[in-house]
Design a binder for this molecule. Structure first.
Ligand code: PLP
Length: 242
């Protein structure tokens, strides 16, 4: 957060930039021959103060994502009047599962069966359902979380079979590259994996439609490759500090 910048100023900018991102997504969808309404924009609110997130939510950003459970638990109660939908988009430690599930309707970052099993057990205990996505490391960069593409289908089929979990799709973070070709190839790879899972006929895999991919810097490439959810932070909030 730019501590020098008053929240009121930032809130005005955020509303303006949210509109600009909507235009970018719509233009990318039209270029790809897709209906802009088929691409949801998730606002990644990490590090942003709740007043600024509120301004964005009032402007229409009602699908929110948090990386850190501590931030989710701090912000979500302050925004209940706006009833946003919260997704977990960062690594979820097992000791944070209960806290996360108090607010999140979807965990996009399931990268192994241990986490999926823990989520399933918790959901059974409290008698609720949970949407999940399997996170795939399409670029193979060692700093990125997610299951390897080679084992993504096996993991997805296992997750789809767990009680109380509804596997909705796959999520990835695009390759870090100035060359669009490998970034786009990674997104295409994710789409192929989703199609393979959906076509498998395995239990719990019939509703696998979502592709959560694309961020501020590469959302056009993701939409061209079929993204149904793009996750945007800095294009709305400005560059993060630190
Ligand atoms: C921060 C974050 C985003 C948004 O990134 P920007 O480049 O700021 O748009 C998207 N997805 C995840 C998982 C993130 O952590």
């Amino acid at each position: 957060m730019t501590s020098q910048q008053p929240v009121a100023d930032l809130s005005g900018l955020v509303v303006e930039r949210w509109g600009a991102v909507q235009h970018r997504v719509a233009a990318a969808a039209r270029d790809a021959g897709r209906d802009p309404r088929d691409v949801a924009i998730l606002l990644a609110s990490k590090t942003m103060p709740v007043a600024v997130v509120r301004a964005a939510a009032l402007a229409g950003a009602t699908l929110l994502g948090e990386n850190r459970v501590q931030e989710l638990v701090a912000k979500a109660p302050e925004l209940v009047d706006l009833a946003p939908t919260w997704h977990v988009i960062g690594p979820l430690q097992s000791n944070k599962v209960n806290a996360a599930l108090r607010w999140a309707t979807c965990v996009q970052t399931v990268g192994d069966l241990a986490l999926a099993t823990r989520l399933s057990r918790r959901c059974e205990a409290v008698e609720r359902d949970l949407d999940v996505m399997v996170q795939v490391n399409v670029s193979g960069e060692p700093t990125k979380a997610g299951v390897a593409p080679q084992t993504a289908v096996d993991l997805a089929l296992a997750v789809g079979g767990l009680p109380r979990l509804r596997l909705t799709g796959l999520m990835t973070i695009g390759a870090r590259s100035d060359d669009p070709a490998p970034v786009r190839a990674g997104f295409a790879l994710l789409r192929g994996l989703r199609d393979e899972i959906a076509a498998s006929g395995a239990p719990g895999c019939g509703e696998v439609t979502e592709l959560s991919m694309g961020m501020s810097g590469d959302l056009e490439l993701a939409v061209a490759e079929g993204a149904t959810v793009v996750r945007v932070g800095s294009a709305v909030f400005g560059p993060r500090q630190g």
